[in-house]
Design a protein around this ligand. Sequence first.
Ligand code: CIZ
Length: 301
Amino acid sequence: MLKEKIAVIKKERNAVILAHNYQEGDIQDVADFTGDSLGLARAAQKTDAKVILFCGVHFMAETAAMLCPDKTVLIPDLAAGCSLADMIIPEQIKTWRMKYPEGLVACYVNTSAAVKAECDVCVTSTNAIKVIESLPADKDILFVPDYYLGSYVKAKTKRKIHLWKGYCPAHMAILPEQIDKLMEEHPQAEFLMHPECGCTTKQMHLADQVLSTEGMVQHVRGSGSKEFIVATENGLLNRMRTQFPEKQFYPASEHASCHHMQRNTLEKAFMSLVNMKHVVTVPPEIAKRAVKPIERMLEIA
Ligand code: CIZ
């Protein structure tokens, strides 16, 4: 019923609904496009719709607002933030730059627009290795804010990466002993691990694949395996189960859920289109600088 009402109001508003891979299944069901933040940013740029209902967290809606200044970007719940993004502020980057004036700063997409405005290049978990490899080899690079993704990229690229000690609480809930147990219970299952996992450094050798959410979906599509242990935020399992009903997916932890993503509900998505709230904007002086590292990333990967 609510889903039908959303379809009607969406048409009236000339809106498109974008949902992140970590959103609950009901929201993914009404979305025109479900994907990772990079895929959603690209979908936002391509749409002819006047309104984008962005079912994800605030920094993602900010990115859409910066890339599509002629569109109205709405988020169902303004409090849908990101604990990881909150672990770095612009002043901390300015301080690092004073110490390393020739250094470069790479930010994970999970950062506020104000932080992006202080950075040289942006990365997602899909393209982080490719983007870092494109930077001059002799430079010191500060990687913010995710320590585990940064460690993974540092190990793969062997660049002079300075790690920030931020983390995602949902991924930190995934513990090595749970993975060991699941692997014992499901010996045929492939183990897919997201690089934000707090236990990546200890368990990486066990993973069949270290992948972004989009990378996991593509991998499952191409794999002959029937079972998968999935170590990331559990919203992704909604998409996997819908797209691949013939396969089995086991969450690495029942507790790997992002309370910010869950603030967005179907009811709030509907009310958002009814009331045209909450509009996400970025002050023009910040947007002008913050869009540069995003565009640099889009050019590279
Ligand atoms: O880039 C994204 O959407 C995030 C936060 C994770 C991923 O791997 O897709």
